[in-house]
Design a protein around this ligand. Sequence first.
Ligand SMILES: [Zn+2]
Length: 385
Amino acid sequence: MTERLYENAPFLRRFSARVQACTAEKGGWAVVLDRTAFYPEGGGQPGDRGLLGGVSVTDTRNRGDEVVHLCDGPLDPGAEVEGELDWVRRFDHMQQHSGEHIVSGLICARYGCDNVGFHLGEEAVVIDFNRPIPPEDLPDIERAANAVIWEDRPFLVTHPDPAELAALPYRSKKALAGDVRIVTVPGADCCACCGTHVRSAGAIGLIRLLSLKPFREGVRIELLAGGRAYDYCAAVAAQNHAVSVLLSAPERKTAAAAERLKQELAEMKYRLVGAENRLFDLLAARYAGRDFALLREPDLSPDGLRRLCERIGAACPAGAAVFSGADGTGWRYAVKLPPDALRRMNAALRGRGGGKGGFAQGSVAADWAEIAAFFAEETVSNKTT
Ligand SMILES: [Zn+2]
């Protein structure tokens, strides 16, 4: 049975131990030591990585009473080896896991719910609760969790006897018997847990609650703690700073400035469409009386092409073909043509596109000279350009 040093010494990063067993496994070697500071995956917290006797530990897992270190090289049974944790990674896990305790403890006490899922992912921590929580409560929960950090409340680990345990209102995912490890953050949480935690809440530094979404019968909350929360805030602040420079707005007023810009853009679009439509009406009046019209206009949007073609098509009984674009980069079209004529056009001008009711939109990979030549030959009607 491996002695688990991390249980009483979660800040232990280096240790020496004796190799008990080493067996080849798929993708590496499974090493068992007489004692270890490596935390094995469990309770939502990933297994530790690091170095052991000169080989890399890629993962750590429980196997019965033993802790198995998955290594990329073999170690000699009986040998005394030095172990060193990937401390940056482990401390990050301790910050996330400890932050989760505070948030879960506060939420379960406040809403009378249970934490029914916890996953410490590469990006964020995900916690599931089995009751609805109003999303507008999230800022208040976040502030209460951070207040626990500011008060630097301790993370106390105890092993109560059965009588004490029976009287203790602790959180647990399953009914527990025998030796139970209880982690208490006074005023915030009391939970059965075998994971690694900080000594006191101050070491978590910061908690950010990113989102709250309905999940099954309750909600799923996404959380960042410690370095992850700081990095997130720094990245978001950098984004906001860049936006404030672009909009020439103070950093605390970027949303209002973006809203104004959005309104201005909508007004500009409205005015542009109005001006285009007046121009298109004039063009349609010029083509009125002709049987068929082929024309090109620079820089029209697909919607502009459609509106122009509708007006010209209404003025010319046999139809209309309107193009926008340039030689080399290709031409987009809106046409009012019989289906057989549309097929011939797409075939002759290497075109793609279609539509219904005799109206179609698409593009061709042909130059204007080819387009004009096609419609000069095409017997839609008495062509006019
Ligand atoms: Zn824990």
